[in-house]
Write a protein that binds this ligand. Structure first.
Ligand SMILES: [Fe+2]
Length: 371
């Protein structure tokens, strides 16, 4: 049986030379910018970027392990006082401003009306599918650096020709001048804040309690109506605490927007003794991983050993309309080594622990909000 399959595969290579092509990888490699892969980037603000002709600035791709078929990430720098090339593409993006300030002009149809909105460090905004746009650096002395998550890899799973993705003249949606008006588009419903533009996620002060995740933290989901597939949430948790271990599918880009010292543990089911420790601080990025089986989900857990509350922004590739499989490990059930490591890390950093003893013995322990 095995031999027959092998024969068929070899015959396929002869007759259909393109059968093993990875169109997305070919496209990425053809862009001529660095491609980083793995679990994490220590600091997106200083990641090395190189000239990116298509965008007209400097850039680098970041492929986080486990999400390669659905999403990618990039860093793009706009030189002082410059603008990037106009863009239009069928995939959608969410952009987080790592540094600098500037503006983006957008339009629905070539030659049609254009509008502009301004952004700054820690702004978050959507780039809907096939909307025309152009980014400008508003500072003539400093570069502006953007981080984006996109659904380009998923597009290449369905359409092989980049021209279809980048030169498609279909108007997805008639846009209005207030697409990025934070005030006009926001409303609250549960833990959801709906807007295509959040002026400053670091300063955002409308987060709500989500005590079931432990540590007395707060969180909010950012739903961007202009996006079909991407959505975001962010959480903050106090100094000297850690959240419950949990797992859900890959496709999450986690960026520390506040917090000077901490770490996360990431581990594959069945490999509890081989936990990977990812140290982080403001500007760090990491993903949640996925096994080679492309189906098992990896556990992960976040620890704050710094001197200020830690706030992380998560970009999801999954729509908020799709309910992910989430599982969680309660403190009473966790591996005792997790607490031991946390306490030794706290001691090393001279930070006082604030995990109440009762949370390790009482399965119904009631947390109070602490950020
Ligand atoms: Fe998570």
């Amino acid at each position: 049986m095995r031999e027959r399959q092998k024969d068929r595969s070899e015959s396929g290579r002869e007759r259909f030379g393109e059968i093993h092509r990875d169109r997305h990888r070919e496209f990425q490699e053809g862009e001529g910018i660095p491609i980083y892969t793995g679990f994490n980037i220590d600091d997106l603000r200083t990641l090395e970027v190189k000239t990116w002709a298509r965008m007209g600035g400097l850039g680098a791709y970041v492929n986080l392990l486990g999400e390669e078929l659905e999403a990618d990430n990039y860093v793009c720098e706009i030189p002082p006082g410059k603008s990037l090339e106009p863009q239009r593409h069928l995939f959608e993006e969410v952009v987080y401003v790592l540094s600098g300030r500037g503006a983006t002009t957008f339009w629905a149809r070539p030659g049609g009306e254009k509008w502009t909105f301004e952004w700054q460090e820690n702004s978050l905004f959507a780039l809907p599918a096939n909307m025309g746009y152009q980014h400008f650096n508003g500072d003539s002395n400093k570069p502006a650096r953007l981080f984006a998550k996109t659904t380009l890899p998923a597009m290449f799973q369905y359409f092989h020709d980049p021209k279809f993705i980048f030169e498609n003249d279909f108007i997805m949606e008639e846009l209005e001048s207030d697409l990025y008006s934070a005030e006009a588009k926001q409303y609250r419903e549960g833990h959801i804040w709906a807007a295509n533009f959040v002026p400053d996620v670091r300063a955002f002060d409308q987060m709500l309690t989500l005590l079931g995740r432990g540590a007395g933290g707060a969180s909010i989901t950012f739903y961007m109506p202009g996006l079909a597939r991407l959505n975001m949430h962010q959480s903050e948790f106090p100094v000297g605490t850690y959240k419950k271990g949990h797992a859900h599918p890959a496709g999450r880009s986690i960026i520390l927007v506040k917090g000077d010292h901490g770490y996360s543990l990431v581990w594959q089911p069945g490999y509890e003794n081989e936990k990977q420790k990812v140290d982080w601080h403001t500007g760090s990025l990491f993903g949640v991983g996925l096994s080679e089986l492309q189906g098992e989900i990896w556990w992960h857990q976040h620890f704050n050993t710094g001197s200020e509350p830690a706030r992380y922004l998560v970009m999801h590739v999954n729509s908020p309309l799709i309910w992910d499989k989430h599982v969680q490990i309660e403190y009473v059930d966790e591996d005792p080594k997790i607490k031991e490591l946390f306490e030794s890390e706290l001691a090393e950093n001279g930070v006082k622990g604030k995990m109440p003893a009762a949370c390790y013995t009482d399965p119904n322990y009631q947390w109070e909000r602490a950020v």
